[in-house]
Design a protein around this ligand. Structure first.
Ligand SMILES: [Zn+2]
Length: 461
């Protein structure tokens, strides 16, 4: 029996793990590595394990750094099932089709350049057809159902409380009279997030593989997110401005709509138009609307009174480009939620271009902003910013709301490890500073065997 770390160990993207017992070989997650172009291109084309020799893929959730390389993996010869929870099986097609579109248009753009320089053409990592082939392999399962993939090889999904459909995986392995319970808490969510249920603790495991994204950080309480959002939104609307919210299309956009709806029905915000200006976020919202049984009780109550997230007459799902242009052109106070979350592409750029020089408006950052992105520049207070090649003077108020995060923080992670009672802990999915800080914390709390594996490392059970 063995485990191997194939990706997403010293970084927070490109998650991939091999689990092998009794002749059965399975991969948990085939995630896209996201970083600088050349490195990403190299890493995302690594075979890591031979797809022909893998019988099963187990998918933890629909974030692209966990599912985004599946089409490539299938194009390389993987033919087995992709096991996921029902909501993940519904969300993953939206993510993979979007990703394939990005891969194809990136390659097209690079090929125009390559052509001019007489260089060989760039082949996209995968195509829309590859994505469709991967989508056909998705096999939905329910949480808490023990799935036996082969003799001596079973897994159960628990709720990870990270995004809709996200799962923690507990493997029960046996071979030659030996047994092992191995738990994967990658990604692990937080308590009190809106919409979704809280993370579930595992029955004790022998080995715990755990994320460490925020191994050295404490978040503001998730319950404060709504108050933070209320403050800036109210202030902006009172001065007659627009609230522009760059957001990831999956989960964060729905969280924001949820919070705004609950502020409006509780009479704490006026009934201003809320535009969900993103075809992808609207497609994801449809999945939320159809997945009520997976939501927490509070959300089910809100659903019962409103009908659905986008049902109230103050919420406007915007799909067409013309809808989007009309919202951009209007100067009436409103709230606009649009992708991308780091202001790198997508409709948010049009809203920023038209609204960033108006001191009545505000830009509300509700997600992680990576270095060198427009979102990061705004977060750092820059007043001269470039959008679509033109320079703008930023006069709109910029707010970064710290309570929004879908990942466990250091206290959540330490508590999780205490409850799972593992004899060995492997920390992955974190930058080195975060992983080391968490390892130190866990050792100080009595965990004697905490390891920081490198990509390619193996554990023999
Ligand atoms: Zn995730």
């Amino acid at each position: 029996m063995r485990l191997q770390f194939l990706g997403g160990t010293e970084t927070v993207t490109g998650s991939m793990h091999l689990i092998e017992a009794n002749g059965c070989r399975a991969i948990r997650d085939v995630g896209l590595f996201q970083g600088r172009r050349v490195e990403s291109n190299e890493r995302n084309r690594e075979r890591s394990a031979d797809p022909d020799t893998i019988q099963h893929v187990i998918l933890s959730h629909a974030h692209i750094d966990h599912c985004g390389r599946l089409p490539w993996w299938v194009a390389q010869g993987y033919k087995g099932p992709i096991h996921a929870t029902s909501p993940t099986a519904a969300l993953t097609p939206i993510m993979l089709r979007d990703s394939a579109h990005i891969q194809e248009s990136d390659a097209e753009y690079l090929n125009q350049k390559a052509n001019r320089k007489g260089e060989p053409p760039v082949v996209p990592l995968y195509t829309k057809a590859d994505a469709e082939r991967a989508i056909r392999l998705l096999k939905p399962h329910e949480y808490h159902t023990r799935i036996e993939l082969a003799p001596g090889f079973a897994f159960t999904h628990l709720d990870a409380g990270h995004i809709l459909g996200s799962a923690l995986t507990v493997f029960e392995l046996s071979e030659g009279g030996r047994t092992a319970r191995v738990g994967y808490a990658v990604d692990l969510g937080r308590f009190n997030l809106p919409l979704i249920r809280d993370p579930e603790y595992m029955e004790p495991v022998d080995v715990l593989v755990m994320e460490s994204t925020y191994g050295n950080r404490r978040h503001d309480d998730a319950a404060h997110a709504e108050e933070q959002l209320l403050g800036i939104t109210k202030r902006t609307l009172e001065r007659g401005g627009k609230v522009l919210i760059p957001s990831f299309a999956l989960e964060r956009a729905q969280e924001i709509v949820y919070h705004l709806n609950s502020l409006i029905i509780n009479g704490r915000l006026p009934r201003v138009p809320i535009y969900l200006d993103s075809p992808m976020a609207n497609a994801v919202t449809e999945v939320f609307n159809k997945s009520r049984e997976y939501l927490d009780e509070e959300s089910r109550r809100l659903y019962a009174s409103l009908g659905c997230l986008t049902c109230p007459d103050w919420v406007f799902p915007s799909i067409s480009v013309n809808d989007s242009k009309a919202i951009t052109a209007s100067n009436k106070p409103c709230i606009v939620i649009a992708a991308s979350g780091m202001c790198e592409h997508g409709r948010i750029l049009h809203h920023l271009k038209h609204g960033i020089e108006n001191e009545r408006n505000s830009v509300v950052l509700v997600g992680y902003q990576a270095s060198y992105t427009l979102g990061r520049r705004l977060q750092e207070g820059e007043t001269k910013v470039r959008i679509f090649g033109d320079w703008f003077t930023r006069r709109a108020e910029v707010a970064k709301l710290e309570a929004f995060s879908a990942h466990a923080d250091v206290d959540d992670l330490a508590r999780y490890a205490q409850k799972a009672k593992p004899s060995k802990i492997y920390l992955v999915h974190g930058e080195s500073e975060q992983r080391e800080a968490l390892a130190e914390r866990l050792r100080s709390e009595g965990h004697a065997n905490v390891f920081l594996p490198k990509k390619g490392d193996e554990v023999i059970l």
